[in-house]
Ligand binder design. Structure first.
Ligand code: SF4
Ligand code: SF4
Ligand code: SF4
Length: 317
């Protein structure tokens, strides 16, 4: 069995660790698609440990600066005018919700633990579902899942139609208007930008580094490793603290597992929810629903062709 990828082993080993991982069979990023739970990397977040310092949020912004949108203005007018402009380019500093410029934020929950009022802080970002509907139902093939379970949106291919956000149970991806392929391709007819979300620092993982948010955390809130190991750890921690697990089965299972000292129903009631502020409710398996399975089968070949056309267009531009 592959060895647990701890924070320290990443930090100590760097690239050597990556080579070791590859040799020991732990997957690093690869371009192939399709869920193989055995190869997926998951993270465990121990909510008790988080002190809400936001070092992770800052680190995420720093390392992903180059991936953020740089929109062209004025934005083309859309016909029909059914796709709203979403412009965060003047609000890049907003960090109390998910935006195209903020892929991780801290939620706050006032709860009672053993009779004492306690504030819990919860880092929130993409859950990296084992079988992600954002990937399976993207009609343009712009959202992809890597072999190690990371889902990411290719900003060179995305048209910003926001299907991914609609089918995501937590409505995670966020749109920026005025950027991406649609500007050259169909500026008035399609999409209206590009969708953005946490890509689990796929490029850092490919280089044997930790995701920036994990590396920056002073409290070691997150642990990363193969999903089966992380589930075992989550159970052990939940047993130890008499706590609760979120993510093992939500949406058919996610590669982000939270362990909380209070029930998630309580946490969900206590957090602020809304646009860019995801809930913590139980979630049924989106891709097990017949309509979505059928849609995924229809979308797959179209998405393949569309992605190829998008890539070809980008290359020949
Ligand atoms: S949480 Fe939403 S955006 Fe993230 S992988 Fe799952 S469906 Fe996709
Ligand atoms: S994994 Fe990377 S992209 Fe995702 S929240 Fe952490 S730092 Fe940001
Ligand atoms: S850096 Fe760690 S302790 Fe600080 S807010 Fe992020 S997860 Fe919590």
């Amino acid at each position: 069995m592959a060895e647990q990828i701890s924070r320290r082993s990443f930090l100590k080993g760097g690239l050597a660790t990556a080579a070791g991982l590859a040799a020991s069979g732990i997957p690093v990023a690869s371009a192939s698609a399709g869920p193989d739970e055995g190869k997926q990397l998951a993270t465990l977040l121990d909510i008790r440990k988080c002190i809400g310092c936001e070092a992770c949020v800052e680190a995420c912004s720093e390392v992903n600066l180059e991936k953020y949108p740089d929109p062209e203005k004025p934005f083309p007018k859309m016909y029909p005018n059914r796709v709203p402009v979403e412009d965060w380019s003047e609000k890049k500093d907003v960090n109390d919700r998910l935006t195209p410029y903020n892929w991780l934020f801290i939620q706050h929950a006032e709860v009672e633990i053993e009779g004492e009022e306690t504030e819990l802080t919860i880092p929130r970002r993409c859950m990296h579902c084992v079988n992600p509907p954002c990937v399976k139902l993207c009609p343009w093939g712009a959202a992809k899942q890597l072999e190690n379970g990371i889902s990411r949106i290719d900003s060179d291919i995305c048209l910003g139609g926001s299907k991914c956000r609609k089918v995501c149970p937590w409505h995670i991806p966020q749109r920026q208007t005025g950027t991406g392929l649609y500007l050259d391709f169909m500026p008035s007819m399609a999409g209206n930008g590009v969708m953005y979300k946490c890509d689990r620092c796929y490029n850092r993982i490919a280089d044997g580094e930790l995701p920036a948010c994990i590396e920056a955390c002073p409290e070691d809130v997150q642990t990363i490793g193969p999903r089966d190991e992380i589930i075992k750890k989550a159970y052990a921690l939940a047993d130890e603290i008499n706590g609760y697990i979120y993510g093992e089965n939500e949406n058919g299972g996610t590669n982000t597992l939270y362990v909380s000292p209070v029930p998630f129903e309580e946490l969900n009631n206590a957090i602020e929810k809304g646009k860019g502020k995801p809930h913590l409710k139980p979630v049924e398996d989106t891709m097990a629903q017949a309509n979505n399975l059928a849609a995924a089968m229809i979308v797959a070949p179209i998405a393949g062709i569309a992605a190829a056309v998008g890539k070809f267009y980008k290359r020949t531009k």
